[in-house]
Design a binder for this molecule. Structure first.
Ligand SMILES: Cc1cc2nc3c(=O)[nH]c(=O)nc-3n(C[C@H](O)[C@H](O)[C@H](O)COP(=O)(O)O)c2cc1C
Length: 174
């Protein structure tokens, strides 16, 4: 079976991000099944403004979403909400609907994360992403569970594998 092509978006732009580490761990764990491209352009997207035409960076971002079989989003929570750079990226897709009917796996990995997780689910539903309950995972106290591109906590490891397997099954049904 050919590998599924996944675009991974990290909601943190920090070099030592736990969420980036989590994406790399998933990439390694599912090397046989998934071709995961880690999107690196979040910081280059301009501030969303509906008056503006898409820049080169925005068009590239949209093309990558369109080309992917599914999108993996891993993000922290900042100040009880979704990190601004991630929300900004999603806002660029609202009118053009690149996420419509696109399977998404959302993992919020943060100190707490509940508010960002709930808020992101609302946004993803409004932009018509396919995001069943099995493809939604909240990992609190994330820094104690993910280190050096590995999921070090056994229960979290198992939950991540279960969620990615559910996502993979969903992608095969599409
Ligand atoms: C300015 C700031 C605000 C934060 N606010 C929250 C918050 O409201 N809720 C939460 O769960 N974590 C919060 N955190 C903690 C981050 O979620 C945590 O450091 C997380 O590991 C960052 O993700 P990263 O390691 O992928 O960069 C905050 C961190 C910073 C720097």
């Amino acid at each position: 079976m050919s590998k599924l092509n996944i675009l991974a978006i990290c909601g943190s732009t920090r070099a030592q991000s736990t969420n980036l580490s989590l994406i790399k761990a998933i990439k390694h764990l599912f090397l046989e099944q998934l071709e995961i491209e880690i999107y690196s352009g979040l910081s280059e997207l301009p501030h969303f403004n509906p008056d503006l035409n898409d820049t080169k960076e925005v068009s590239l971002f949209k093309d990558k979403i369109k080309a992917a079989s599914g999108v993996l989003i891993c993000t922290p929570e900042y100040a009880m909400g979704v990190p601004g750079s991630l929300k900004n990226a999603l806002d660029w897709t609202v009118a053009s609907m690149e996420f419509s009917q696109k399977p998404v796996l959302l993992i919020t990995a943060s100190s707490s994360g509940e508010k960002a997780h709930t808020s992101l689910l609302e946004t993803l539903k409004v932009i018509e992403a396919i995001i069943p309950e099995e493809c939604q995972l909240l990992i609190s106290y994330a820094k104690t569970k993910i280190k050096n591109d590995e999921i070090t906590d056994d229960i979290t490891h198992s939950k991540v594998v279960t969620a990615v397997n559910a996502f993979t099954s969903l992608l095969h049904q599409e």
